[in-house]
Structure formats: C-alpha cells, structure tokens
Ligand binder design. Structure first.
Ligand SMILES: [Zn+2]
Length: 371
C-alpha cells in the first residue's frame, strides 16, 4: 500500500527523529532489506542537501525512517556525463551535437542528435559498459541535460516530439541493458521539454519520474503521469519538498511543511501508479522536520494519510515531551497556512523568497530549471 518496501507499519508508532536525537521505538531493523514482490519500489524520499556536519545524523534519520535503501534509481540529467565520457567521439563526430540555427552546437551540457543512429548506438554501448564495470548499480540514467537547445535536424524531427526522441533513446538503452543485465533499470524524468507523454510505448524497465514543477505545456502533473502510464512507463515522482532559493528555510513556506499537500499528493500519486519517489529537500529540520517525518510514514503506507493528526500528536509528544505545548504551537505554526501555492497542476507559484529577492526563481527559470 506504500511506495516503500514492505508497507507494514510497526505495531506501535515509530518515534520521530529530529536529526537522529530520538531513538525509534518500532522494530525497524527487521524491515530492512525486504522487498514487496508486487511493487518495484524505491523510496529515496528526502534527498536533503545536508552539509558535511549533518551527514551522520541525516544518514541516521534516513535509516530510522526507512527513506533510503530501496532501489538506487539513477535518473539525473545524464547527457553531460555522456558527452564528457565520450569526448573523443564527439570531437570526431560534431554531427552528434544538436543542429541549432543551421550549425552544430557543441557544449558540455548539449543535447544529443538522437536522430543519428550511430550516436544512439554509441550511447547504448556506453550505458551497457557502465553497468558492466559497475555491476552493483541498479540503474542508469538517460535523462537529457537541463534546459533547451534541442536538435533541429531532419532526422530528429522525423522521430517525433522531443519526448518521443527521449523515449526512443531510453528504449534502445533499456533493451540492451535488459538483455545484458536483467532486472536493471533505466531512469529519466518527465520534465521541462520532455514532460509531455510520448507517442511511443515505453520499455518495461524504464522508470519515468514525473517532475512536479518545471513542466512544459499545459498539462497537469496528473495528466502527464497518466499519459506516460498509458505508454507503459513505470512511474515515479520527482518532488520539491524544499528548495532553499524558494523558501529560504522559513516556516510554512515549502511543500515539505504542508501536511495537507503531503496527505493529498502522496496517496494520489500512488493511486495513479507511482512507485518511486524522490523529493528535493533541505537541511531545515526545524520548519520541515515534521513534514519530512509525515511524508516518510505516508510513503510506507498511504493509508496513514487518514491518521495524520494522530501522527502529529505522537511526533510532538515524543519529540518535545514536557515542552510539547510550547514547541507544538511553534511547530504547528509551521504547518500552515503555507504561502506557497502548491498544486499538482505542474505550475506551482512560489512567492518571492524574502527581502532583496527579485521575481521568484521558478518564474525566472521556467524554461531551464534545476534537476
Ligand atoms: Zn538531430
């Protein structure tokens, strides 16, 4: 019932952990390493950008709340890595770079001329070789580089939409990876120019993580998920629970602090078939610790969305003890109302983050975004 492997909640409420200061009360250890046979699940829920000083408590938090240790889904922007690794080939064949305004445009983070069959074969071989050299990897990414700059050549146009081109390359990589390493996955986002669903079927070992921001076109997140799902993609979600440049770690400014958003979207994404979740998050456990904890519970069992008030009370009691009433009111104030206009329409508008900020970053970077 959850995103995570065995979606069984311990018989007693887990003790929430604030940076690892409180010990879990549930039998967490016994759950590690088990897999639900029905669902290829991978919860790397809270992908916090912790600084070095917080690395150890962050790892402790992920272990205790079981938000790590699932499938290591590689899904980040990958064309740059491919170009760098195959630099000599690209120098010999500038036609592998995108044709823009009549000229091939080299670049470290360029797009690829996917219409070129030789280029596709090269990428496929490189990805297969990577798994051969690193057999512990569960997956490889074929997600495009960030931003625009797509090839305008006739061969690329003939393949179809940008999503079609991305999907065709992903499928060819997936076929080779599947033949060489059964069970390994190929990851990519539905994001930016390649967020709309393609017109081609998706190979069964390709996981498409739909971004909940920076989408291209007018479709909602749900419509995009449904579109890729109809083409056979295994679905994931690429969330944004906290982005420092959006919320500046202020209380009640991010999705990660919005319990109503978490309670609605996590079960909703799961119901649409999503089985992977990755959420960009920050080292901001004061304003967002409660939300991260609640999210971890819902990812294990989406039915817990019906018990959020009870989970919150449990969290406050265990985290703050006698100071609960005072800390609770402070923590609750971080629960909302959240200024961020969070919707699943793919067009979240985040107000300016603070004094001195210009137009909000999502608005400024609509065409090219962090991934
Ligand atoms: Zn091309």
């Amino acid at each position: 019932m959850g995103f995570s492997v065995p979606a069984r909640v311990p018989p007693v409420l887990s003790r929430p952990t604030l940076g690892g200061r409180a010990a879990p009360s549930g039998p967490l250890r016994q759950h590690r390493g088990r897999r639900d046979a029905q669902l290829p699940l991978a919860p790397h829920l809270v992908r916090a950008w912790c600084r070095d000083y917080a690395a150890a408590p962050y790892q402790e938090w992920t272990a205790r709340n079981r938000t790590a240790g699932g499938v290591d889904l590689q899904t980040g922007h990958a064309y740059g890595e491919i170009i760098l690794a195959l630099q000599a080939e690209f120098e010999r064949h500038p036609e592998y770079y995108p044709l823009i305004d009549g000229r091939r445009k080299p670049g470290k983070e360029a797009k690829l001329c996917i219409g070129n069959e030789e280029l596709r074969r090269l990428v496929v071989a490189y990805r297969v070789e990577k798994l051969r050299k690193r057999p512990a990897l569960a997956s490889v990414s074929v997600d495009p580089s960030d931003g625009g700059g797509w090839c305008e050549c006739e061969k690329c146009r003939a393949l179809g939409s940008i999503s079609d081109r991305v999907a065709i390359l992903a499928n060819e990589v997936a076929a080779a990876v599947g033949a060489e390493s059964p069970g390994k996955l190929v990851g990519l986002y539905a994001y930016n120019h390649h967020s709309p669903a393609p017109s081609v079927r998706i190979a069964p070992n390709v996981v498409v993580s739909v971004a909940t921001a920076f989408l291209h076109g007018d479709q909602t997140v749900e419509e995009i998920m449904d579109g890729w799902g109809r083409q056979g993609a295994v679905l994931g979600v690429r969330e944004y629970y906290a982005v420092n440049t959006w919320d500046r770690d202020q209380p009640a400014q991010s999705r990660g602090a919005n319990l109503a958003y978490l309670s609605r979207t996590i079960p909703g994404f799961h119901a649409r078939g999503a089985r992977f979740m990755s959420a960009e998050s920050s080292d901001n456990w004061g304003p967002n610790g409660l939300g991260y904890y609640i999210a971890s519970r819902l990812l294990w069992d989406v039915r817990q969305a019906q018990r959020v008030p009870e989970l919150v009370d449990d969290f406050l009691a265990r985290a703050f003890g006698p100071a609960r009433s005072r800390c609770g009111s402070s923590t609750r104030s971080s629960m909302g109302p959240v200024r961020t206009s969070v919707s699943t329409t793919g067009r979240p508008h985040v107000p300016r983050a603070g004094p001195g900020e210009g137009a909000c970053r999502p608005c400024r970077r609509r065409a090219g975004a962090p991934g």
